[in-house]
Design a binder for this molecule. Structure first.
Ligand code: WAQ
Ligand code: MG
Length: 275
C-alpha cells in the first residue's frame, strides 16, 4: 500500500453509489470512492441530492455502499480549461473542432448529438466508435463509470486550483474525476458531456491532447436533454466496460487549471500528457 492509501484510513475504501428514478425516468446518480469514515456522510449527501433534485422527486433511491478490496489505481487529473465564449463562438462549433482534432469523424459527432438530444437522458454513458456506431450492449442504459474518487491530497490540490478560478463545486470536481478515469484508458479518445439538469448549461469535451475543456452554454436552459458519450477505438468494448465500472481509480494529483481561453488558443496548445 502506498502512503497515500494509508492516509485514507486503515479500513480501506468504500464505493458509494446512488441512483434515483421516478418510474422509468432517471433523475440523478452519483458515485464516489471514499474512506470508511466518510462513507456514511457521502451516502447521506447523495440521498439529499437525490431528494432535492431539480428534475423532480424520485420515487426510488438506491444507495450501495461496498468495500473495495483491490488497491486503487492512482492517476493524475486532466488539465481543466474553459472555453472563452466572449467572442460569440458557437459552442457546437467548438465541440466539433475539438472532437475532430481527437480523431472523431463527422458522422460520429452527429451521432453523439443525436443521442444527447434524445428526450430521455440515459442513466450512463454511450460508447461509440469514431463513426458513431454504438458499441455498448444496452442502448437505453449506457455504461456507468463507478469506483472513482479523489485522494485526500488530490481533493486539496484540485480544490485549491479550481477555487482560484471560482469553479470549485462538487459538480465540477466529480466531472473532472470521471473524465480523468475514462481518458486514462488507452481506447478512449474523447468524451462529450452535457448535463441533463435543466439549470446547468456548461458541458465539456475531454481529450488527451486538450484536457478537460469546459464549454459554457453548450445547451439552452430548461432542457432535460443531456448525457455522456465516450468515443473509443477498437470494436470490442468489454475490457473498457469492466474498467469503467469496476476498476477503482483515485485522482491523487490535479492537472493545471487555466482561466478561460479562446478556441484557437486551446487548439494550438495541444498537451502531451506524458511530458
Ligand atoms: N457514468 C456514466 N455516465 C454518467 C455518469 C457516470 N458516473 N454520471 C452521469 N452520467 C451521464 C448520464 O447520462 C447523465 O444523464 C449525464 O451524464 C449528465 O449527468 O465543468 O452535471 O450529473 O462545469 O447531470 C459537466 C460540466 C457537468 C461541469 C456534468 O452531469 C463543469 C453533469 P450530470
Ligand atoms: Mg444530472
Amino acid at each position: 500500500m502506498s502512503r497515500e492509501n494509508e492516509r485514507e484510513g486503515s479500513q480501506g475504501l468504500f464505493s458509494v453509489r446512488m441512483r434515483a428514478s421516478k418510474g422509468r425516468r432517471h433523475i440523478s446518480g452519483a458515485e464516489g470512492l471514499v474512506g470508511a469514515l466518510e462513507a456514511q456522510r457521502t451516502a447521506a449527501g447523495y440521498v439529499r441530492r437525490a431528494m432535492n433534485h431539480e428534475k423532480g422527486s424520485p420515487d426510488r433511491v438506491v444507495v450501495t455502499i461496498e468495500e473495495v478490496r483491490s488497491r486503487p489505481m492512482e492517476i493524475q487529473g486532466l488539465p481543466v480549461r474553459t472555453l472563452d465564449v466572449s467572442d460569440g463562438i458557437r459552442p457546437a462549433v467548438a465541440v466539433r473542432r475539438l472532437l475532430l482534432a481527437a480523431g472523431v469523424e463527422t458522422a460520429g459527432i452527429e451521432s453523439a448529438f443525436a443521442v444527447l438530444k434524445k428526450s430521455t437522458a440515459l442513466r450512463g454513458a454511450a460508447l461509440m466508435n469514431t463513426d458513431g456506431i454504438r458499441l455498448d450492449p444496452d442502448l437505453e442504459r449506457g455504461v456507468r463509470v463507478s469506483r472513482i474518487g479523489l485522494s485526500r491530497r488530490g481533493r486539496m490540490n484540485l480544490g485549491r486550483r479550481l477555487s482560484g478560478l471560482g469553479i470549485n463545486s462538487e459538480r465540477v470536481r466529480e466531472a473532472v474525476v470521471l473524465a480523468s478515469k475514462a481518458l486514462h484508458h488507452p481506447t478512449v479518445l474523447a468524451e462529450l458531456c452535457i448535463s441533463d439538469d435543466p439549470g446547468y448549461t456548461t458541458g465539456y469535451v475531454a481529450t488527451r491532447h486538450f484536457g478537460y475543456v469546459r464549454i459554457p452554454g453548450i445547451k439552452g436552459k430548461d432542457s432535460e436533454r443531456g448525457g455522456r458519450v465516450f468515443f473509443v477505438s477498437g470494436t470490442e468494448p468489454a475490457g473498457l466496460i469492466a474498467y469503467l465500472q469496476e476498476t477503482p481509480v483515485l485522482v491523487t494529483e490535479a492537472g493545471f487549471c487555466r482561466p478561460p481561453e479562446k478556441l484557437p488558443g486551446i487548439l494550438m496548445d495541444s498537451l502531451s500528457r506524458s511530458s
